[in-house]
Design a protein around this ligand. Structure first.
Ligand code: BTN
Length: 245
């Protein structure tokens, strides 16, 4: 269960790093959550940084261990976290979508991001550090294509309560993962995936092109169908959306 232990720290470098250090020292129990008000070195995907206005947003990481999760099923982690966030936002009256692999969008604006760092042993994922940044009460994003719960609903949200609600949602979807309901999770994820019903612009190492998402496989790879009918498979580092958020 996520949230067996919840630690609040006002300011730190990164909640993911904080957990990683506790993992190294062997002092962390399954389900521990760290929430912070301010990060000085927040990490994003693909080595980018994550900036978040202090005291206004959710900065959240949790540590979960797995007894039997194969690397070949690693995308189930993206499913369960994205779906928990979408469901949480839905309760606030916000209709959000997923941008592969796990960005959370409202229209074309990013409202949340997820960074999952796995500890692997042979063909299994032994544990995961799941970092979530959710824009809550921030109003201005200086040119970034981003939004927040406040901007979408006009209402301020209590971040502590929101953190507890997020934990509840994460546990609902984690339970489905635990009992091996990967197909149910995947179906719901695919339905909410931006670009699965429409053509979007992509950029790989060589060119840019329009394509539609055909599938995201269990290892997380993106299967695209180009306008000329050609099908291609990409890993996270090999492709990006042309319209980067
Ligand atoms: C992304 O969209 O690039 C992922 C952003 C993930 C940000 C969160 S905030 C809490 C946790 N700690 C970090 O350093 N990163 C994640």
């Amino acid at each position: 269960m996520i949230g067996q232990k919840i630690i609040h720290i006002e300011k730190l470098d990164s909640t993911n790093n904080y957990i990683a250090n506790l993992v190294k020292s062997g002092t962390l129990t399954n389900g521990t959550v760290i929430m912070a008000d301010e990060q000085t070195a927040g990490k994003g995907q693909r080595g980018s940084s994550w900036t978040s206005e202090p005291y206004n947003n959710l900065i959240f990481s949790c540590y979960i261990t797995h007894s039997d999760l194969l690397i070949s099923n690693q995308n189930a982690l993206n499913y369960f976290v994205s779906l928990a966030l979408i469901s949480l936002l839905k309760e606030k009256g916000i209709h959000a979508q997923i941008k592969w692999p796990n960005d959370i969008l409202v229209g074309t604006l990013k409202i949340g991001g997820v960074l999952i760092e796995n500890q692997i042993h042979y063909d299994k994922i032994k544990s995961s550090i799941i970092g979530i940044g959710l824009n809550v009460n921030q109003k201005h994003f200086s040119g970034l294509k981003a939004s927040s719960i406040l901007n979408e609903t006009g209402k301020e949200t209590n971040r502590t309560v929101l953190g507890l609600e997020l934990i509840e949602k994460l546990n609902v979807y984690l339970n489905l993962l635990r009992i091996g309901k990967f197909e149910i999770l995947k179906k719901e994820y695919m339905e909410l995936l931006w670009g699965s019903k429409e053509l979007l612009d992509y950029q790989d190492k060589f060119t840019s092109f329009k394509a539609q998402i055909l599938d995201v496989d269990s290892t997380g790879k993106l299967h695209l169908k180009l306008q000329n009918g050609e099908q291609r498979i990409y890993d996270l580092k090999e492709i990006q959306f042309k319209d980067r958020l």
